[in-house]
Ligand binder design. Sequence first.
Ligand code: KIV
Ligand code: NA
Length: 267
Amino acid sequence: LTVPRIRDHKKDGKTKEPLVMLTAYTARQAQLLDTHCDILLVGDSLGQVIYGLDSTLPVTPEMMIAHGAAVVRGSYHSLVVVDMPFGSYEGSKEQAFDVASRIMAETGCAAVKLEGGEAMSETIHFLTNRGIPVMGHVGLTPQAVNVLGGYAARGRSQEEHDKIIRDGKAVQDAGAFSVVAEGVIEPIAISLTQSLEIPVIGIGASAQCDGQVLVTEDMLGMFERVPRFVKRYEDIASIIEKTVATYAEEVRSRAFPGEEQTYQPKK
Ligand code: KIV
Ligand code: NA
């Protein structure tokens, strides 16, 4: 899949079949998700999911590049998008270009994603005019958690509502090929999706968007506590725990390794 194909998935302001997007952080995970998805996002949520950090703020370009390259190696069909981490692009459009071009060159990904609306429009314009496709991200932007004061859904006041719609428009007008809307109340998801020509991909943004994204580990049930917008399709954590308990028990009782797993001299 290519950036123009994703953008043109929405025609005359309408999407027939919603776009499917999931996060991926490793090559094997990408292989497993690839044929089922349209877009694989190497999200800076890897800070929490992979590295045990308590926000995305400490994530570095080096982390994004290492995982981005792994995901590109594991995918053949999906469009791979890599998040620009906090502090790597907000300073100036030139700073953003340096980091984004490094991410593109060193991972082989198709596009980058960055958080922010009106404040980032000049930067998005600068990047897209220099060969770097950009996906926007508006609404609840986790890199701004210290300004927003938490991870609560956005758009409940008229002021917030208008701001998020302006942000979405600004991102589109600056040249983004699509935009993530995170943690917004349904009426905002509806206005955004209706007023933008580019696909709006929702997370915690109702069923009204042009696509959906979740953090893969969240929907697989790798974590005990997940936000309300996550549907847990599986309970992988308990499968892992059960399997590891069996292994531990077999090692301690000398049931593993058995004959089948043991090398013997040639007869
Ligand atoms: O980092 C991430 O996983 C994201 C998605 C939740 C959209 O930005
Ligand atoms: Na992110």
